[in-house]
Structures are given as C-alpha cells and as structure tokens.
Design a protein around this ligand. Structure first.
Ligand code: HEM
Length: 218
C-alpha cells in the first residue's frame, strides 16, 4: 500500500465535500462580523439585523423545501425538525417588536443570495441539497458556538435566540445520518461536481452577507 493512499471512505461525497470546501468554510468561520458579535463588541441592533437577514434566506430555502417535498431524491432532506422560519419570526418579534415585518429589510447581498437560492434550489435536487447543507449543517456546527456566545453577550435566555436551538435533534447523530444520506445520493461524478461547486457558491454568498453586515455595523 502506498504511503500516499487516501484514508478509507475518502471517495465518499461527504468526505470530498468537506475536503473541497475547506477554504470556503474557513473563510466563513473567520468572518469579522460574527467575530465581533460573538465577542460582544456590537450593539444588539447588529444582531437583530443578522436575524432579519436570516428571515429572507430561510423563507427562500424553506419554500424550496416545499417544492422539493415530492422530489424522489431531494425529499430525504426535507426534515420538519430543521425548519427555522417560525423560530426566526419569534426572534424578530422579540428583537424588532410586533411590527417587525415593516422594520426588516434585506441587504443587497441578501437579495443576491435569495435570487441564487431560488434559482438553484427550486429547479434541481443538486442545488437544493447544496443550499440546504450549507445553511443547516452550518447552523448545527459553528452556529451552535455562535448561539451560545450570543446568549451570553446579550443575556438572552430562550427569547430572541430560538433560531440557534434545535430541540428535536440530537446534533451529532443527525450530522452522521446526514452524511450517510449524502453518501447514498445516486449522482454521477458530474452532478457531484456541480453540488460541491454550488456549496462553495453558498459559502461565498453567506460571506458576502456577513461582509455587508460588517460594513454596516463595525
Ligand atoms: C462564528 C463563526 C463560525 C464558527 C466558529 C464555525 C465553526 C465551525 C466548526 C467548528 C465546524 C465543525 C468542524 C468542521 O467542519 O470544520 C463547522 C462546520 C460547518 N460550518 Fe461553520 N463556523 C462558523 C461560521 C459558518 C458560516 C458563516 C457558515 C456558512 C454557511 C458555516 C458553514 C459550515 C458548514 C456547512 C459546516 C459543516 C461541515 C461538515 O461537517 O460537512 N460556518 N463550523
């Protein structure tokens, strides 16, 4: 056996995905806006703005989930326990008041993200699963650290930070199950390549939103 042999399972889609998106994932993780937010350097209005951007993104993503609920491949990824929109709306009511709908606005980068998401995720399972993975697996990974930091910094205790809580989910077990679902997808090498490319695009779109939030609030 060559010393350069890949580890077992290295050819699985979940492993390829993690490998080929590492740079994009590291760039997302080092966002100046999230860093400042988690460090308590920003006013809660900046956090309320992030929550507002989430509303637009998850509305687009979860509507695509409805469209994909009957798709033979994508439907395996439609999990009711992941749905974020009702939690985001409860957070927005707490953060912006009962007239939150009139008070929130999408940043230009959020509109660009939503446009791409609607185009990619409503037309083909490849695009839907790419955007689904980028958001929900992120929420179940770094999002959990961020959620804890935000509760601490803003003294939130259940209200205003529901977005980060997934009460119906055992996170580690869910992430392993999700990776097995990815590995079982009946995709050609070309479709797998398109999927990884769309995940990289999703990271880029997330970073662009965070960069706009940085310019506004830091
Ligand atoms: C506060 C900022 C963030 C921190 C501290 C953070 C941290 C982490 C950590 C520790 C992991 C698990 C280990 C790993 O996969 O390398 C992870 C995974 C992940 N992160 Fe982040 N992250 C942050 C922001 C983001 C953002 C903005 C996105 C945008 C979409 C994102 C998307 C993901 C995804 C999709 C995964 C899952 C990778 C996989 O297991 O397949 N993260 N993050």
């Amino acid at each position: 056996m060559s010393l350069m042999a890949d580890p077992p399972g290295a050819d699985r889609l979940s492993a390829r995905l993690r490998r080929d998106t590492r740079a994009a994932r590291d760039a997302a993780r080092t966002s100046a806006f999230l860093d400042a937010l988690a460090d308590g350097r920003l006013s809660w209005v900046a956090y309320a703005d992030l929550a507002a951007q989430h509303w637009f993104l998850y509305e687009a993503l979860e509507l695509a989930g409805h469209t994909m609920a009957d798709d033979p491949v994508a439907r395996a990824f439609v999990f009711p326990e992941l749905i974020r929109l009702p939690s985001i709306e409860a957070d927005l009511r707490f953060l912006h008041g009962p007239r939150w709908q009139q008070r929130i606005a999408a940043l230009p980068a959020t509109t660009t993200y939503c446009t791409r998401l609607r185009y990619a995720a409503n037309s083909h399972p490849v695009g839907f699963i790419a955007h689904h993975y980028a958001r929900y697996l992120g929420d179940l990974s770094g999002g959990q650290y961020l959620g804890q930091a935000i509760s601490r910094v803003y003294g939130l205790n259940g209200e205003g930070n529901r977005f980060f809580a997934f009460p119906g989910i055992d996170i580690e077990a869910f992430k392993s199950y999700y990776r097995r679902l990815l590995d079982a997808l009946p995709w050609t090498a070309e479709e797998q390549g398109e999927f990884v490319a769309e995940v990289v695009e999703a990271y880029r779109l997330n970073i662009a939103v965070l960069d706009e939030l940085s310019r506004r609030w830091i």
